[in-house]
Design a protein around this ligand. Structure first.
Ligand code: NAD
Length: 499
């Protein structure tokens, strides 16, 4: 009998009352392991009331005490790493080592958030005018919300609530309904770390809960990560309701391979970044762009045997390179894109569609697939596939190559492989993409830098974590003050200036 999951509101497990549930599946076996309650709008609004009650006390807690809670939370997440990684692998399907990486990247944002006493400091100008001082403060917004995707159930919630809570906000997390157990456990650990009840609330749900977040009058800001159409929907509706919003979307990340690149290095990086986590990463490399026919031939010669040799296995096996896709529906979607690519005229150099794992025939496994002669007009190139499929788009020149990611609808990440500094520098400066790797395949910025793509990969102006994150989760108040000492001035009808 599948376990019934709950919400985590006000520091307590709360059973869902909407009567609606979604099955959680182990993608290795296809077995249903749990049922996620899908919150009604009423349940979501009730959780917001709990978070609103907790806000004044938490906002008034001095930043050093808030930082201490974050330090303790980091310690607890580290202490529970094995449990979290196992939970994550069982619901998502990424291999254990990669699940640990997912948790670890989240911890790194918490480490950043431990510096909140320094990060949230305002500015001060003594003597901005005669007897006048001017200072600014960064205050928390109030109740804020995060809506997260299935593919990083530990890291992405921590990107959001790690910084938001450290800044003094109280938080509603609406995680992906596909793998909700890790976010729930993070909610429990935050309480154990000393956060007061109601500071971090986890409300499970689908579109109904998301729509309730977008219309709730108390919620001040919404951070979203997921696919681009939903990101745009969240961006437009949250903004229309007067909320601050950042909404990260899908991706199509290109790797430009110059003729002078070290091909062994390139192939190692393409294999890891293209097929790791079954390609279900928003920073996965999904398009390889060799520049020149000779480069393409050398690439294919080395790449094809490596794709054929990929070890696809269950997520708990130490020797699996990658595990199953997250769901049967997603597996079918990815296979559908391979069918489409063939119809559109691409060459399928390695076909993973018929892959079956012995003993796990009901699992959602897909063999590594490699497409060649993909062109920019094809739908399989324009769309995000989000699976273990790498497409080769051949470019004649560097100029042709830089145009591909620059003109693509998505602009999340991109990489260039070259030994030439001039080429790399020109590429990094000109390409219309938010995160650039130079001989680095997955250029995910570290927690004290900031994460965000361009074009349809991110709507809104402020990125995740780093000082941009602190800006997103706080508002600035500027105070101009003076203490007149007996001198009486008349009224002035002219705007004060420094002239
Ligand atoms: P998704 O868009 O299906 O779901 C994301 C969230 O939106 C979930 O919480 C889900 O419950 C909610 N949602 C789904 N349908 C909705 C609807 N119709 N109305 C309102 N809310 C809805 O995304 P996913 O499949 O969970 O995640 C994969 C996607 O996320 C990929 O496109 C990937 O590129 C993207 N992603 C982007 C980043 C980034 O930072 N740019 C990071 C990770 C993942």
């Amino acid at each position: 009998m599948a376990k019934e999951l709950t919400h985590f509101i006000g520091g307590k497990h709360v059973r869902g009352t909407s009567g609606r549930f979604l099955d959680v599946t182990n993608p290795n076996t296809g077995e249903i392991t749990a049922r996620t309650p899908l919150a009604s709008a009423g349940e979501l609004h009730a959780a917001v009331e709990v978070a609103a009650k907790a806000f004044p006390g938490w906002a008034a807690t001095n930043p050093q005490r808030r930082a201490r809670v974050m330090f303790e939370f980091k310690r607890l997440v580290e202490a529970n790493m094995d449990e979290l990684a196992a939970m994550l692998s069982a619901e998502h399907g990424k291999v254990l080592a990669d699940s640990r990486g997912d948790v670890q990247r989240g911890i790194e944002v918490i480490e950043f958030a431990c510096g909140i006493p320094h990060l949230q400091k305002g500015e001060f100008t003594e003597g901005a005018g005669p007897g006048i001082d001017m200072y600014s403060m960064r205050q928390p917004l109030g109740v804020v919300a995060g809506i997260t995707p299935f593919n990083f159930p530990a890291m992405i919630p921590m990107w959001m609530f790690g910084v938001a809570i450290a800044c003094g906000n109280t938080f509603i997390l609406k995680p992906s309904e596909k793998d909700p157990s890790v976010p729930m456990r993070l909610g429990e650990l935050m309480m154990e770390a000393g956060a007061p009840e109601g500071v971090l609330n986890v409300v499970n749900g689908d579109k109904e809960a998301v729509d309730a977040i977008l219309t709730d009058p108390v919620i001040q800001a919404v951070s979203f990560v997921g696919s681009s159409d939903i990101a745009h929907y969240v961006y437009a509706n949250a903004a229309a309701n007067g909320k601050r919003v950042q909404a990260m979307g899908g991706a199509k990340n290109h790797a430009i391979i110059m003729p002078d690149a070290d091909m062994d290095h390139v192939v190692n990086d393409l294999i890891g970044a293209g097929y790791g986590s079954a390609g279900e990463r928003c920073m996965a490399l999904s398009v390889a762009v060799p520049v020149g026919e000779g480069t393409a031939e050398r690439l294919i010669e080395k790449l094809v045997p490596r794709v054929r040799a990929l070890k696809v296995g269950i997520s708990t096996a130490a020797d699996s390179d990658y595990g199953p896709l997250v769901s049967k529906a997603h597996l079918e979607k990815v296979k559908g894109y391979i069918d489409l690519a063939v119809k559109e005229g691409a060459d399928l150099l390695v076909d993973g569609r018929d892959f079956k794992l012995q003993g796990y025939e009901n699992g959602f496994f897909l063999g590594g697939s490699l497409l060649d002669h993909v062109t920019p007009e094809m739908k399989n190139y324009r769309d995000e596939i989000f699976g273990p499929v790498l497409s080769i788009v051949r470019a004649k020149t560097f100029e042709d190559a830089i145009e591909l990611p620059t003109k693509h609808q998505y602009g999340n990440g991109v990489a260039i492989f070259t030994r030439d500094g001039d080429t790399a520098r020109s590429f990094a400066s000109r390409v219309q993409v938010g995160m650039v790797g130079v001989n680095v395949p997955i250029p995910v910025p570290l927690a004290y830098h900031t994460f965000g793509g361009w074009k349809r990969s991110a709507f809104g102006d402020t990125n995740q974590h780093g000082t941009e994150g602190v800006k997103f989760w706080t508002k600035v108040k500027t105070v101009t003050s003076r203490w007149p000492t007996g001198v009486k001035e008349g009224s002035s009808f002219v705007i004060p200036t420094m002239s």
